[in-house]
Ligand binder design. Structure first.
Ligand SMILES: Nc1nc2c(c(=O)[nH]1)N[C@H]1C(S)=C(S)[C@@H](COP(=O)(O)O)O[C@H]1N2
Ligand SMILES: [Mo]
Length: 387
């Protein structure tokens, strides 16, 4: 994609060549239709993240400079696992649907696969992403496939007192609450209304191959529009209950604490991390000949536009690549950078959604008065040196 300014006539001529190109792209790997200029070189960011201090929990972080495809290849997709990361054999596994249902159910992987198949292209971001200087790459986009959850809950017949659906993983660890020590499985819950959203999948496939072990084999929940934490891997049991579920990853960890001003008074809020928030980043700067381009991504809501600011100057509109477009997937954007001067520069991006909401600035109280690191969707700035 080339965003150099062209006359209308040029556009018409280019448009027809672009169409030929597009047809060719569609016949080949989707990954090829990505903002690209022949002979381009990526200029690495100056502000490289420090080394990951918790490789046992977080792995394979995305290197933004390497972003060159809309879908993230599985071997480049980040991982988060808070407990052990079970290797489960298909024949030893089945998924239980239990609790406050008329007809408890159990599915083997083959039985899940025999049900109606649904796909979704969804950008999964860890809510801790950008919460620490080392944590910039906790995000990826994949084509997930599975079977919708809602009809299964429907068939199981949720009883009238069932208000909450808890998703338990097979991974477990020791937890301590008020000096009570206990083993707990990883688990997250959703209200019945959220759980029965038609987009939610019991997912067994990632980018066309069986769900890799690190991403939850044999099956995981995929909850499009929610932060990573909601997408429970290594699913073992789905239980309908009549109270709110208060496990570690709902009510202790993954809790956002903020100071808010209400009628001149400070109120401290504590909320469980849930739906994804509006966000964008500058991903990379490329150069070919004397032309510079900034390429980035935006996600976390219906993106209307993205704006880019260089060295605190005016906000400039980026061009969103609408050739690769899916409701829950990041949008790839780019902008020409006309004649940058040699030396250091700062590049900031901000996303605006279709309702006009803007990704908050770092000094916005929603970010500045946030006291825990989750849900860090403030505007991201990167530094670069042009030589
Ligand atoms: N069972 C289980 N599911 C889990 C987790 C976990 O530790 N155990 N981590 C969650 C978090 S915090 C994130 S960000 C995503 C990461 O998904 P990925 O490893 O496929 O990228 O998985 C979520 N699902
Ligand atoms: Mo996460």
């Amino acid at each position: 994609m080339n965003t150099v300014k062209l006359s209308r006539r040029d556009l018409l001529i280019q448009g027809s060549t672009a169409l030929v190109g597009l047809a060719w792209f569609q016949g080949s790997r989707q990954a090829l239709a990505f903002p690209h200029w022949s002979g381009e070189k990526v200029i690495p960011w100056l502000d490289q993240p420090p080394a990951n201090p918790m490789p046992q929990v977080v792995g394979n972080l995305l290197q933004w400079e390497q972003l060159d495809s809309w879908l993230t290849p599985n071997d480049k997709f980040f991982t988060v696992g808070h407990y052990n990361k079970p290797s489960i054999a298909e024949q030893d596994w089945s998924l239980e649907v239990a609790g406050l249902v008329k007809r408890p159910m159990r599915f083997t992987l083959q039985e899940l696969k025999a049900r109606p198949r649904q796909e979704v292209i969804f950008t999964l971001e860890c809510s801790g992403n950008h919460g620490f200087p080392w944590f910039l790459g906790g995000i990826g986009t994949a084509k997930w496939a599975g079977t919708p959850l809602a009809p299964i809950l429907q068939e199981a017949g949720v009883l009238d007192n069932g208000i909450e659906v808890v998703f338990f993983g097979s991974d477990a660890g020791q937890e301590e609450v008020r000096s009570v020590k206990m083993p707990q499985n990883f688990a997250r819950s959703m209200s019945l209304a959220d759980a029965t959203n038609p987009h939610n999948l019991l997912c067994y496939e990632m980018n066309g191959v069986p769900l890799p072990q690190a991403h939850g084999f044999p099956a995981r929940l995929i909850a499009p529009g929610w932060y990573g934490i909601a997408n429970v891997k290594w699913l073992q049991r789905i239980e309908v209950v009549d109270t709110r579920y208060m496990g570690r990853f709902m009510a202790r960890d993954y809790v956002t604490i903020r100071e808010e001003q209400r009628h001149g008074e400070t109120v401290w809020t504590e909320t469980s991390v849930g739906r994804a928030l509006l966000k964008s980043v500058p991903a990379k700067v490329t150069r070919h000949n004397d032309q510079y381009h900034i390429v980035g991504a935006a996600w976390g809501g219906p993106i209307q536009r993205v704006e880019v600011q260089i060295d605190g100057g005016p906000w400039m509109p980026a061009t969103i690549d609408r050739t690769q477009d899916a409701e829950f997937a990041w949008k790839i954007w780019s902008i020409d950078w006309e004649k940058p001067t040699t030396g250091e520069h700062t590049i900031t991006a901000r996303a605006i959604d279709t309702a006009g909401n803007m990704q908050p600035a770092m000094d916005d109280p929603r970010i500045a008065k946030k006291r825990t690191y989750w849900e860090s969707n403030g505007q991201v700035s990167r530094r670069i040196r042009i030589s």
